[in-house]
Write a protein that binds this ligand. Sequence first.
Ligand code: MLC
Ligand code: AMP
Length: 503
Amino acid sequence: MTAIVPDNLYSVLRAAFADQLEGVFLRLADGSVVTYGDIDDLSARLAAVLVEHGVGCGDRVVAQVGKSPMAVALYLGCLRIGAVYVALNEGYTFDEVAYFVADAEPRLIVARPGVPMPAGSTTVLTLDDAGGGTLADHVSVTARRQEIAAMGGRTAAMLYTSGTTGKPKGAMLTTENLVSNATALAELWGFSGDDVLLHALPIFHVHGQFIALHCAMLRGCEVRFLPRFEVGAVRRALPGATVMMGVPTFYSRLLAEPSFGVDDCVSMRLFISGSAPLTESVHHAFTARTGHRILERYGMTETGMITSNPLHGERIAGTVGYPLTDVVIRVVSETGDACPTGEIGVVEVAGPNVFAGYWGMPDKTAASSRPDGFFVTGDLGSLSADGRLTLSGRGTDLIISGGLNIYPKEIELLVDDVPGVIESAVIGVPHPDLGDGVVAVVVGEPGHDTEALVTAIRATLDGHLARFKHPKHLAVVPDLPRNAMGKVEKATLRRTYAATFTT
Ligand code: MLC
Ligand code: AMP
């Protein structure tokens, strides 16, 4: 039976925390708190400010802002009026933001003060990391807007995700996607009103914004809201916390502290990891040091969470567990047939968590799904006899660095344009801190000055490409390895540069 999903995500969250209005929602690093009642009031005022600025149901609001209670309230304010919240990575450059703005055609942009925006005639309001700026100025003089939009927009939020060859695509996430996923996870991971969630993730991605915040709001529990992941701050916030969600880098960085251990984790009941592969060695080292078995789960922007290791039962290192409630997965071969148990193929997924499509790109939407509705993740994996999924890489060249996706093509196109470069190949190789580290292998024109070429490449990337995507190592070589078809052999390059960051 199909569940009836309310139209408005905020009304679902509001109903869940309705008896917690006096309770703490966000506890900031300086000890100040924002209660559920405060956020309800603030998001209502923000909804009014949005309406005053002409934002209506279905309109996009682009936000490239820091992590603050006001940023959370902005998201919730959008939900209240059915506007589509589009969060952008804070590190994106003007050029990158220009693409997103041109594509999303927002009614309103909210950005940090002093950061130039490619806005054209679109209104820009500012929001600094402390919650100040012109957005806050409007909020302070605007009356609370009482009603929640009766009809939420079908798309609640849109997050951009890149492809191997093409431009980034806006993944449209509906109320049903987000409600079904959060409800399943809050249940599966045993969230209760007594939990205290340690939140050190950015809030411009599925992980920190939807998974973490929705789980907390559905149970009305406290969130220790840190501006970013910093080991010292996280260790100070751990006592009293019960759950932490993180990318694998969080765990390897904690382990890199010799004094980190059992005493840090006395109040914790659950450490969750995802967004990138958690190595078996980190999983085991964490257990040895703290007694906690990290619970690894798997997801992506277009689908939210897909599988999870169990809360009770065996959490197996190197596996990502079983499909969530109402989610169906299958592993198929190149011919589209289901793979036998244990055989590696492409992971496909169907369920209420699967997105509505790519914004304005029906062809790309169609190309990403099968006629029977299954979404093709592009991840490779295999299923055990009892339905447990083990991932084994991707069918594409995607690099995942510190939980952030980086597409080689985007970097190669920029590098290839630098005068003096003949061609380039960008790869990800093991990095002890970030999982994958980006390496650019470049062929220069005959007679080039290597140092000058490297400087020119770095200068080109500056300003065009968010810093986290910049190659951590740049090698200039006479030629690239190719197969008989003339295609660059990235597997060979990955082997050649495998030890770049580990020795
Ligand atoms: C920052 N830098 C990175 C980086 N993060 N470089 C490569 N990979 C990264 N992930 C660079 C900066 O550009 C800067 O470069 C330098 O490192 C220092 O910046 P910083 O801001 O001080 O970095 P740090 O705080 O150390 O951040 C690392 C991190 C952070 C791992 C803590 O990236 C992070 O919080 N990652 C989580 C990402 C996330 O939430 N992913 C979920 C996606 S959703 P320079 O050159 O300027 O010095 C998803 C679905 C799912 O995938 O399943 O969840
Ligand atoms: P994104 O497009 O940013 O949502 O990234 C989604 C991708 O992250 C997935 O397609 C996977 O390749 C990867 N991913 C997420 N969780 C895990 C995990 N637990 N293990 C391995 N890869 C993961």
